[in-house]
Design a binder for this molecule. Structure first.
Ligand code: NAD
Ligand code: TYD
Length: 360
């Protein structure tokens, strides 16, 4: 038995592969293009592990995928591979269309051909699990009910629009061809191995380097935060028992304004790695020009997955952030290795023309 994991050298996919092999004794084939966000070092502990095979490849490469499926005959595909950063989608949306929409379509076509070639139990048990985001539902007003699986789609960024399109194609493949798909829409993940372009790792890395901690707009945008290991356990559960064709929202029941998250990171750093001058890292917070079209609030209603599959997140936000900060403190080499020239170029591109705003 084996599973194919796309995007397994990225943040969530990497955590998922490590988590999976900690639980199951089953071959995992990781397919990853190794874009700027893919990092083989995340999987370095598996270098000698015969249960893991890494293949560098693109989900948009039909021949590569077909060959992989024919050779390893996985019982499931867990699809993480994507362009995932909203700010990058604003600067350069094309890669998002290519990977998230065209790439997902290509992967689905190969999966469908493979699935059609199966018989009996192998065909009945095959699953295509598509990992998506709460951002497809758009922005919530303060006090409005959290997103359920029945919310209408209102994506606002090129990233969320591309993920929304991929969700629709996945759905259509089930409805039209019967491909046994599962879709999960998840809130903001945080934890070990996250690329320091996203809010929490960026705050940690900048704080330690003595750089400004950029907070967009007034910092009152709200996200629901989910510890990545909880996301991994939810995906395992959906794969195991989710009803084919269904969508499951996954969330941490942790709605927080961005500024509270940045404060929490600063306070933990003050405790674990105080600045030499004794001043709080909060002093480095800098309010900057907002993200265009910035969604004000996301919130996930995760009652369906709790009711149907008995899944609930295990981590509290306070403990999850503490563990995350500790992980970055313990892994300076991982951080140094991802901060390549390309990373520095991105920081320059995204932050150089964001004027500093007076504190709110
Ligand atoms: P990430 O950017 O850290 O990793 C993406 C991985 O996909 C990288 O390893 C990259 O090399 C790979 N990849 C990109 N294009 C590829 C292609 N064409 N072919 C093969 N591999 C390719 O992303 P992440 O944060 O780990 O997110 C994983 C998935 O979860 C994405 O689908 C994302 O939309 C979704 N998601 C993320 C979050 C979050 O908070 N990070 C929340 C909800 C949903
Ligand atoms: P991010 O981690 O990029 O995730 P997403 O946009 O997918 O939610 O951003 C989380 C929130 O933090 C979002 O509201 C944007 C905000 N943010 C900042 O305020 N400053 C930053 O430098 C970054 C990267 C994000």
């Amino acid at each position: 038995m084996s599973i194919l994991v796309t995007g397994g050298a990225g943040f969530i996919g990497g955590n998922f592969v490590l988590d999976w092999l900690g639980v199951f004794d089953e071959l995992v084939i990781t397919l990853d293009k190794l874009t700027y966000a893919g990092n083989c070092e995340t999987l370095v502990s598996l270098a000698e592990d015969e249960r893991h095979i890494f293949i560098q490849g693109d989900i948009g490469d039909a021949e590569c995928i077909s060959q992989l499926l024919a050779r390893y005959r996985p019982r499931a595909i867990v699809h993480f591979a994507a362009e995932s950063h909203v700010d990058r989608s604003i600067h350069d949306p094309e890669a998002f269309i290519q990977t998230n929409i065209v790439g997902t379509f290509c992967l689905l076509e190969a999966a469908r051909t493979f699935w059609n070639s199966l018989e009996g139990e192998a065909k009945a048990d095959f699953r295509f699990l598509h990992v998506s985001t709460d951002e497809v539902y758009g922005s919530l007003a303060k006090g409005a009910a959290a997103f359920t699986e029945n919310n209408r789609y209102e994506p606002n960024s090129p990233y969320s629009a591309s993920k929304a399109a991929s969700d629709h194609i996945v759905r259509a493949c089930h409805h039209t061809y019967g491909l046994p798909v599962l879709t999960t829409n998840c809130s903001n993940n945080y934890g070990p191995y996250q690329f320091p372009e996203k809010l929490i790792p960026l705050t940690i890395v900048n704080a330690l380097a003595g750089r400004p901690l950029p907070v967009y707009g007034d910092g009152q945008q709200i996200r629901d935060w989910l510890y990545v290991k909880d996301h991994c356990s939810a995906i395992r559960r959906v794969l195991e028992a989710g009803r084919v064709g269904e969508v499951y929202n996954i969330g941490g029941w942790n709605e927080k304004p961005n500024i509270d998250i940045v404060h929490a990171v600063c306070d933990i750093l003050d405790e674990l790695r105080a600045r030499a001058d004794g001043v709080s890292y909060r002093e480095q917070i800098t309010f900057v020009t907002d993200r265009p079209g910035h969604d004000r609030r996301y919130a996930i209603d995760a009652r369906k997955i709790a009711r149907e599959l008995g899944w609930k997140p295990a981590e509290t936000i306070a403990n999850g952030i503490r563990k995350t900060v500790q992980w970055y403190l313990d892994n300076p080499q991982w951080i140094a290795n991802v901060q390549s020239g390309a990373y520095r170029e991105w920081v320059e591109k995204n932050y150089s023309d964001r004027a500093e705003k007076p504190a709110v």
